[in-house]
Write a protein that binds this ligand. Structure first.
Ligand SMILES: [Mg+2]
Length: 240
């Protein structure tokens, strides 16, 4: 195994066409009778527990009240997300190139392929299941593991060691994601950050966030493989 490759989900692997946000809103109303400023809130790159806490704090809630409702929130959210994902016409869209890329990574036999996502684990399972991709990843580090995304790379490294016996470090760990949070979350560990502009952020924003490589999408498998290996990377120059 040469590399541990960690994929973000929303905006990187797939797009649920708003299903996740609609489910989140209904669950918040059901449990807290409040959504906070959800219409103006930027979900992307944040963990599910962080989203709930930030929205409810902005609505004046104390942490003890927030914490007391979280288990019920996740139950309601998962029920609503499942309903959303099963609705006809609400098909989750797998982004261009993802399936061939996963095939190629598995074929090399040189990559441990896993998830690093702000989704709680059962939410990740529902979204990837709707896309037929649950089961394509060896393990994951999830929003249910830690509220702060910058704590998730360490979780992934630990699980990689449990799963493969290998202690991955530095540039042998590659994070692929669509937001500045994906880019920055592994910085203190020296991981290699490949950013892809298939979410809400532009290539410029991802460059400014300090991504090692920025791609417009994952459609060109050979190019993405080169980006993962770092063979195409030129400091400060976008491959996009
Ligand atoms: Mg994302």
């Amino acid at each position: 195994m040469k590399k541990l490759v960690l994929f973000d989900i929303d905006g990187t692997i797939l797009n649920t066409q708003g299903a996740g946000a609609r489910a989140f809103r209904r669950a918040m109303l059901e449990v807290y009778d409040e959504t906070g400023p959800i219409d103006d809130y930027e979900f992307h790159g944040r963990t599910d527990p962080q989203i709930a806490r930030e929205l409810l704090r902005m609505a004046g809630f104390q942490d003890a009240t927030i914490d007391a409702g979280l288990q019920r929130l996740w139950s309601a959210y998962l029920r609503e997300l499942d309903l959303e994902l099963r609705k006809p016409g609400n098909g989750t869209m797998v982004l261009a190139g993802v399936t061939p890329l996963l095939n190629a990574l598995h074929e090399t036999g040189q990559h441990l392929v896993a998830l690093l996502t702000g989704n709680i684990e059962p939410g990740a399972r529902l979204k990837l299941g709707a896309a037929g991709l649950w089961g394509r990843f060896d393990f994951g580090a999830y929003g249910s593991d830690h509220e702060r995304r910058d704590q998730l790379p360490a979780v992934a490294i630990r699980r990689a060691q449990d799963s493969s016996g290998i202690h991955f470090q530095g540039r042998d760990i590659v994070i692929i994601g669509d937001t500045p949070f994906d880019v920055s979350c592994g910085r203190s560990l020296g991981v290699w950050a490949v950013a892809v502009a298939t979410g809400k952020h532009t290539t410029r924003e991802l460059e400014d966030a300090g991504a090692d490589v920025v791609l417009t999408d994952l459609a060109d498998t050979q190019r993405v493989l080169a980006a993962i290996e770092g063979t195409d990377a030129v400091p400060g120059v976008s491959l996009a």
